[in-house]
Design a protein around this ligand. Sequence first.
Ligand code: GLV
Length: 374
Amino acid sequence: MSEPSPPSDLAQARRLDDFESLARARMGRPEHDYIAGGADDELTMADNRAALRRWRLRPRVLVDVKTVDASTSFLGQPVSLPAGIAPMAFQHFADADAELATARAAAAAGVLFCLSTMSSRALEEVAEAADEAGSAPRWFQLYVHRDRRRSEELVRRAAAAGYSAIVLTVDFPVAGNRERDLRNGLPYPQAFGNFEVSPAEVTDGVLAAVIGGFTDATLSWDDIDWLRGLSDLPIVIKGILSGEDAEQAVERGVAGIVVSNHGGRQLDRLPATIDVLPEVVQAVDGRAEVYLDSGISRGTDVLVALALGARGVFVGRPIFFALGAGGEQGVSRALDLLGAEVRRDMALLGVTDPAQLVREHLWRRQGPDGSGPG
Ligand code: GLV
């Protein structure tokens, strides 16, 4: 990051998408582009948002909505919103306190926080900061290292530090082609929060390749049993995009699935996650909780995903930018804005509890040109 500048005026942010320009003014181009960018031509990244925005809502009126409560539970643990914070690597790119700040804001708001394996701060330090700020569940995202002993150690540490689920990311056998990072020569972090990385592991020119070099490309379905044997924590698989894989995951006893294309950062030309969600929900058929990420930035996005059967969603980039715009206060502001949107949109739609959202709350999907059903 370049020289720190004064905190941006967070009051200027009226919606999640406002944080990017506030953060941009305070961070270098390579760091900004690492967060904002996707793979190849960024088609999937754009599609995620466009497809969410093609859905229209179908309200019921004359419903008593004086009291609207957006709280729910994720894997049985109470959360104040059906939206959690997605795992995101290297949060020091946005703020010196990095994940400490994000986790504190999430805990204070009662929002689920998921920590990345590639966090800038150690998982124990983050847990302590979160516990001091409030109480909300936290999950640990796992990239499986080629040296399995490193991952075994991480899972045990996460369990000991009060993380309540392991989120296994399965869409990163190798790094996606992030051309913005190649162009910008994105600098390596000086330190990784959770482990030492040897110089040999960071000699490649692109940061995503560090993660790709670290992850075990041999990982396969049989390894879910290995992972289950490491702790008592429930397993959530992140990066499922087909009914067949959802079925496999359920057969292996996972507690949750995140329908995700990694925010369009891995394989380009994957479908938008909201378009895949119904297929996964159908395959899972209530045997596990289904979540969605990639492209969420509005309260109405959250409602559309829930009406299509998601238990909850995860928000990534807008939170990273909120961290860049104002550290912990920035993330708190983002969570306040999102929470207010979700509650207002629920009232306007005629629901008082996220559990009431059903397919009948969706009108129909507009065609890509906005003209008709798609
Ligand atoms: C890490 O998960 C990334 O997408 O850069």
